[in-house]
Design a protein around this ligand. Structure first.
Ligand code: NAP
Length: 314
């Protein structure tokens, strides 16, 4: 527990109140971070007011979850852990993954989360569909009807194993179909470099549910455009005397008050930087320059680089 103010202020994900700047734990797999460094980072995040941690049982066969438990349990009352189901580990790293979309596999993933995290209930679980890149594609018996998956998620919620249901990597029409199940958040790839999913942000604002962009900094994966490398982002960071990553995160926070950030890092210095992004005020001219980095009419970066290879990456 900590008395530190919640970075970014507080908003809701379902019935849970969380800091707008949280933490995505995907970078804490054993191939990327030592146990000692992972513990230190998780404890520092909580000490600095983070109370929203995003994870999955399929990060390194559950090792990231086990590290969260070892570092943070017994958990503070206000800590909200959000997981996702729909894939499974096939190596000790975080990729590659295999699809695990069938209802019984969704249930098994929630059971794994409960065991690995040492919880009676996972606060929020995202149904990670495979409708959008980057990542896996559903083939064969992994092409599962949304309603069958939602029935299982609702059953898990009715049994008290999950607190609320979110949805991830889906187009707007899927979110509309899923919404009556009580969807509390949408998690899609989105950043100042990649606004292809902006209609989802607008939907979340209109419905008053949380918008949780993943890859807020462009991801750790080689070949994906990085927010901190963009010339406009860098120029505005230099003008304001802050870092390019902070500008990318401040731009996301400025989009809408229902935006929750889950940047991933294995570095305490980067964590502290990211949590400081809420103190950056972007004036209208800076926001307009950042908005122009990506051209929604072409789905390309304004410098002509295509984003589609990134979006379609499988
Ligand atoms: N729903 C889904 O399908 C899905 C998919 C992917 C991810 N996620 C979630 O979203 C979270 C965020 O995505 P992500 O971690 O893949 O990508 P990300 O947050 O966009 O970027 C992470 C990368 O940025 C670097 N970074 C972080 N802070 C930095 C800073 N201040 N300065 C410079 N570099 C910085 C990290 O390197 P260092 O470690 O060196 O800081 C890492 O390489 C994940 O952790 C995961 O929880 C969800």
């Amino acid at each position: 527990m900590t008395d530190a103010p919640h970075p970014g202020g507080v908003t809701e994900i379902g019935e849970f109140e969380v800091a707008r700047v949280g933490y995505g734990a995907m970078q804490l797999d054993p191939e990327s971070a030592s146990t000692k460094d992972a513990f230190a980072l998780l404890r520092r995040a909580v000490e600095l007011g983070v109370n929203h941690i995003d994870t999955a049982s399929f990060y390194s066969y559950g090792e990231v979850n086990r590290r969260i438990r070892a570092a943070l349990a017994p958990y503070g009352d206000d800590l909200v852990i959000v997981s996702k189901v729909g894939a499974k580990s096939v190596t000790g790293g975080v990729i590659p993954l295999a699809a695990a979309q069938r209802p019984a596999e969704l249930r098994a993933a929630v059971e794994a989360d409960l065991t690995q995290l040492g919880l009676d209930r996972i606060h929020v679980v995202n149904l990670r569909r495979l409708e959008l890149g980057p990542g896996l594609e559903a083939v064969g018996d992994q092409i599962v009807d949304l309603d069958d998956q939602l029935a299982e998620m609702i059953a898990l919620r009715d049994e008290g194993k999950i607190g609320a249901i979110g949805i991830s990597s889906v187009p707007l029409e899927t979110v509309r179909r899923a919404f009556p199940a009580g969807i509390v958040c949408v998690q899609n790839a989105y950043s100042v470099l990649n606004r292809a999913q902006e209609d989802l942000l607008e939907f979340c604002v209109a419905e008053g549910i949380a918008w949780v962009p993943f890859f807020p900094l462009g991801s750790s994966f080689p070949g994906f455009p990085k927010v901190a490398d963009d010339p406009t982002v860098r120029a505005i960071a230099a003008d304001l005397g802050v870092t390019p990553s902070q500008i990318g995160l401040a731009w996301l926070l400025a989009q809408a008050s229902n935006t929750l950030l889950i940047p991933g890092t294995r570095s305490i210095a980067h964590l502290e930087e990211n949590l400081g992004s809420d103190r950056i005020v972007l004036r209208a001219d800076a926001l307009a320059r950042l908005d122009a980095v990506y051209d929604p009419s072409t789905d390309r970066l304004a410098n002509g680089d295509g984003i589609e290879a990134f979006l379609d990456e499988r």
